[in-house]
Write a protein that binds this ligand. Structure first.
Ligand code: CA
Length: 253
């Protein structure tokens, strides 16, 4: 039998803490509560929970500041709890090293599913080294102010809005993000996005690229991200930072 995993719930509202406690205990976790930053840091000085749920709105305290403070000395997984309008804060939180987020109002099953998914990820670096947390899974890609969360098929633009990519757009974008600065022929792009159901209007790679440009380029008529390589195909011309890469270093080709 494995030991019970403890979740530290950081939340200023007692009713929400009680709700999370109920959900998590029913899911088989032990629960500790902290109503603000001081209580959370005091707990972390004594104990290491398996995971922290961190509300961004902590009354007088700011959840992002607390996430930053925790990340200075702890690699414990953090799941942010955010409001509907907190899109930019979510992006900032992921960049600070949070592992995932849940939006209020949340569904009980989603809370458990997200927490379990984060706990299944490979263990992170020991906190005392001061190194960035290590994680084999790429949590997020960043390029030119755009954030991509592959697990969730989410693409957030510079204003914190969802770019509205279709699954075909997304597949094509991921092909580029995984091969920045490489020239890819139309045939290669077709092969690499194989299995995607193109709509009848988007059968060609050229149409699909044009559509993707409209969604992610600052100025689609003068594309700086996906550049045309005349007579050959396309290349993703922008550096791509990958949070969660080995050693936590950004990868740019
Ligand atoms: Ca709150």
């Amino acid at each position: 039998m494995t030991g019970t995993q403890t979740i530290l719930v950081v939340e200023d509202e007692q009713t929400v803490r009680a709700l999370l406690r109920t959900v998590l205990e029913e899911g088989g976790f032990a629960v500790e509560e902290a109503e603000g930053s001081a209580a959370a840091m005091a707990y972390l000085a004594r104990e290491t929970p398996s995971l922290i749920t961190l509300d961004l709105h902590l009354g007088a305290d700011n959840g992002l500041d607390l996430a930053r403070e925790i990340r200075r000395s702890h690699s414990v997984p953090i799941v942010m709890v955010t409001g509907q309008g907190d899109v930019i804060d979510r992006v900032v939180g992921l960049e600070l090293g949070a592992d995932d987020y849940i939006s209020k109002p949340f569904h009980v099953r989603e809370v458990l599913a997200r927490i379990r998914a984060v706990l299944r990820r490979p263990p992170q670096a020991a906190p005392e080294t001061g190194d960035p947390p290590k994680d084999d899974t790429c949590v997020a890609h960043h390029f030119d102010g755009v954030t991509v969360v592959p697990d969730r098929m989410e693409v957030i633009d510079r204003d914190g809005r969802d770019c509205g990519l279709t699954s075909g757009d997304f597949a094509l974008l991921m092909v580029f993000l995984e091969r920045p600065k490489r020239v890819l022929s139309r045939d290669q792009l077709m092969d690499l996005t194989g299995g995607v159901e193109w709509s009848p209007l988007d059968r060609t790679i050229d149409n699909q690229v044009a559509r993707l440009r409209k969604k992610i380029e600052r100025n689609p008529s003068d594309p700086k991200l996906i550049k045309t390589v005349r007579g050959v195909g396309y290349t993703f011309a922008c550096d791509v930072d990958r949070k969660g890469d080995q050693d936590g270093v950004s990868r740019s080709a």
